[in-house]
Design a protein around this ligand. Structure first.
Ligand code: G
Ligand code: G
Ligand code: MN
Ligand code: NA
Length: 251
């Protein structure tokens, strides 16, 4: 396929960039982290949405070299921020089941000088659909390095709570669909957010609400007890330069 051919060339052609979206503390409303989000400006196809090229990269396993590049670049950028700011990086199942995953993380940290505790890897429930053993072991390896692991898009996959018992996630990210649902008055969405927050608290995990777009939604989320907020209300995904400006000490 034409798109696959272009994707294969994207890194060497320097067509990939990372954007960074703020994650704020729900109460202080100060930035505590940025999530790195990959963007592809293709010379052949123009801007290609990640919703389109990430699945293609996963099918073709091109996500392995691309994901390594993301890890390296995001760690280099995060090392420039004040040391209380973390970086969240999305990792696909195909990357986790590579035997080289933990060593790749070690190299990205060493090359950038970023402390392991400032890196939070985001995985979705889909990692437990196949090779759950291998994926779990890889996550335990990076946790042993001092990295954190977040469970992304929580509640949208085939949730099995079994792995919450086995793996010490630092954060559960409540999917945007529940936030939007609750904002539109869905009692079911509200009840689910409450239950996830309560469960996370008893498991000593924190919660991040995704897709918060208005001050009303932020207030609702705060009253529900979510610890962190991410969404257009506090900032869209932005360039590395703009992200840096938001957190660099003012002179
Ligand atoms: O924010 P956005 O529309 O860009 O993200 C679309 C999807 O692509 C999300 O599910 C997000 O997790 C995924 N995504 C964005 N960047 C990366 C990345 O660097 N690696 C992986 N594996 N997925 C990513
Ligand atoms: O799957 P993951 O949570 O990693 O992907 C994050 C996705 O959510 C990205 O595509 C990002 O651009 C998008 N996103 C972030 N904040 C908002 C928001 O407030 N509203 C909407 N609609 N999308 C958002
Ligand atoms: Mn994510
Ligand atoms: Na998500």
């Amino acid at each position: 396929r034409q798109l696959e051919f272009s994707l294969r060339k994207a890194l060497e052609r320097d067509e990939m960039v990372l954007n960074f979206q703020p994650v704020v503390d729900a109460h202080r409303e100060e930035i505590v982290s940025f999530e790195a989000l990959l963007r592809w400006q293709s010379k052949d196809h123009g801007f290609v949405s990640p919703a389109k090229f990430i699945p293609l990269a996963e099918e073709t396993r091109l996500i392995v070299p691309i994901g390594t590049w993301v890890l390296q670049q995001a760690c280099i950028e995060a090392a420039r921020w004040p040391s209380h700011i973390k970086v969240n990086i999305n990792v696909s199942p195909e990357q986790l089941i590579e035997p080289d995953f933990a060593p790749t993380v070690v190299r990205a940290l060493a090359q950038s000088g970023l402390e392991a505790s400032r890196l939070e890897i985001e995985v979705t429930e889909s990692i437990f659909m196949r090779d759950a053993q291998v994926a779990g072991a890889a996550l335990e390896e990076v946790m042993a390095l001092g990295c954190q692991v977040a469970l992304d898009d929580f509640g949208t996959g085939y949730s099995s709570l079994g792995y919450l018992r086995k793996l010490r996630f630092s954060t559960i990210k409540v999917d945007r669909s529940f936030v939007q649902g609750a904002a539109q008055g869905s009692n079911e969405s509200l009840a689910i957010i409450r239950a996830v927050v309560a469960m996370a608290e008893s498991l000593e995990m924190s919660t991040t609400a995704e897709g918060v777009e208005t001050s009303e939604e932020a207030a609702m989320i705060r009253s529900l007890g979510c610890n962190k907020i991410q969404g257009y209300y506090f900032g869209r995904p932005m360039t590395d330069v703009d992200a840096r400006k938001l957190v660099e000490p003012k002179l």
